[in-house]
Design a protein around this ligand. Structure first.
Ligand code: NAD
Ligand code: UFG
Length: 338
């Protein structure tokens, strides 16, 4: 009896596999390694003493996925596999539609064929689009996504809602992540972006380690306390534990449920930079630049539903996340490439 983790060698997936191992849960990973490295498996082994079964397969490949479902006794699925770069999705929208929506269609077809009822899906706060107020609640309007990546997340949410309506015995948890940062405290796994990081924390750590000269702060004229963008940064281990809570919830046969996974607290770009400097006693050079097109001023979660219904809440602080991100980066200046 195993949990199938698609995208399990990726950033959030690998941390979730470690937490699944910690509760003695058998894991099967499917990942085509388009945005992760095989070395992750050794690192998971070093942390947990267990090596998950691994298939280098695209979830879009129905035949190969059928072989996995045929061979393994899968009880539930956590579906992380997907492409996530906002800028790449603007340049190659069809790639994002095919990969993200296409792989989810294959997955639910096979889950139906093999009688696998429980699914946890990685959605994103991006589905709230140009949010009109904060904190964001699960009942707030969705849509108005500013890029094709975000649109694929919303389209998949609708696809899963339809699927659940047609298959009333299925249980699906849609988890809307806010901004994951941090790394496992061992420093053995962490975020390893290809090329120039799009996201704030990996950019900060690469400046700190000397790979980039300075951080570009994208605008200081937003309607926020210090003028820089405000986000809800959540430690990746808290996020991983949110998936375990969701799996437990699905065992209660709730049907389809949607949860924000965030801390409920907003932090500005400059607050995060200064927290990182203080936590690690290291300077992060930055310059204030123009706004990044498509960015919103403020986004943070109302995370009470996840607490009330799954007994889950984030426990790590921003300082914990800054320390753990730096521990990962300084021990692995080139990520998983030795
Ligand atoms: P990641 O890129 O590190 O992990 C995704 C993994 O999926 C990678 O290992 C990649 O190789 C794999 N993959 C992609 N397409 C695949 C396919 N067709 N078949 C098999 N494997 C495939 O990203 P992450 O940060 O760990 O994100 C995991 C999920 O969470 C993604 O769906 C992402 O969209 C979503 N999400 C991430 C964030 C974030 O800021 N990191 C925020 C909200 C939602
Ligand atoms: N920022 C900078 N400089 C950088 C990178 C980011 O100032 O080099 C700022 C941004 O303007 C924003 C904040 O840091 O104010 C966070 O930016 P990220 O790119 O780290 O995160 P976003 O909130 O913009 O985007 C993230 C995910 C998207 C997802 C979105 C909503 O990367 O995939 O959250 O869930 F769609």
């Amino acid at each position: 009896m195993a949990i199938l983790v698609t995208g399990g060698t990726g950033y959030i997936g690998s941390h979730t596999v470690v937490e699944l191992h910690a509760i003695n849960q058998e894991v099967v990973i499917v990942d085509n390694l388009c945005n992760s490295k095989i070395e992750v498996l050794d690192r998971i082994y070093q942390i947990s003493g267990k090596k998950p079964k691994f298939y280098k397969v695209s979830v879009q490949d129905e035949e190969k996925m059928r072989e996995v479902f045929e061979k393994e006794n899968i009880t539930s699925v956590i579906h992380f596999a997907g492409l996530k770069s906002v800028s790449e999705s603007v340049a190659k929208p069809q790639l994002y539609i095919d990969n993200n929506i296409g792989s989810t269609k294959v997955l639910i077809k096979l889950m139906n064929e093999y009688g696998v009822k429980n699914l946890v899906f990685s959605s994103s706060a991006t589905v709230y689009g140009l949010a009109e107020h904060v904190p964001l609640r699960e009942t707030d309007p969705v849509g108005g996504c500013t890029n094709p990546y975000g649109q694929t997340k919303l389209d998949i949410e609708y696809l899963l809602i339809d699927y659940n309506k047609q298959h009333k015995d299925t249980n699906i948890a849609i988890l809307r992540y806010f901004n994951p940062i941090g790394a496992h405290k061992s420093g053995l796994i962490g975020e390893d972006p290809e090329g120039i990081p799009n996201n704030l924390m990996p950019y900060i750590t690469q400046v700190a380690v000397g790979k980039r000269e300075y951080l570009n702060v994208y605008g200081d004229d937003y309607d926020t306390p210090d003028g820089t963008g405000v986000r809800d940064y959540i430690h990746v281990v808290d996020l991983a534990l949110g998936h375990l809570a969701a799996l437990n919830k699905l065992n209660e046969n709730p049907g389809l449920v949607i949860y924000n996974l965030g801390t409920g607290k907003g932090t500005s770009v400059l607050e995060l930079v200064h927290a990182f400097e203080e936590a690690n006693n290291i300077e992060v050079k930055y310059v204030i630049g123009p706004r990044r097109p498509g960015d919103i001023a403020t986004s943070y979660a109302d995370a009470t539903k996840a607490y009330e219904e799954m007994n889950w809440k984030a426990t790590h602080t921003i300082v914990d996340a800054c320390r753990d991100s730096w521990n990962w980066q300084k021990n692995n200046p080139n990520g998983f490439d030795k």
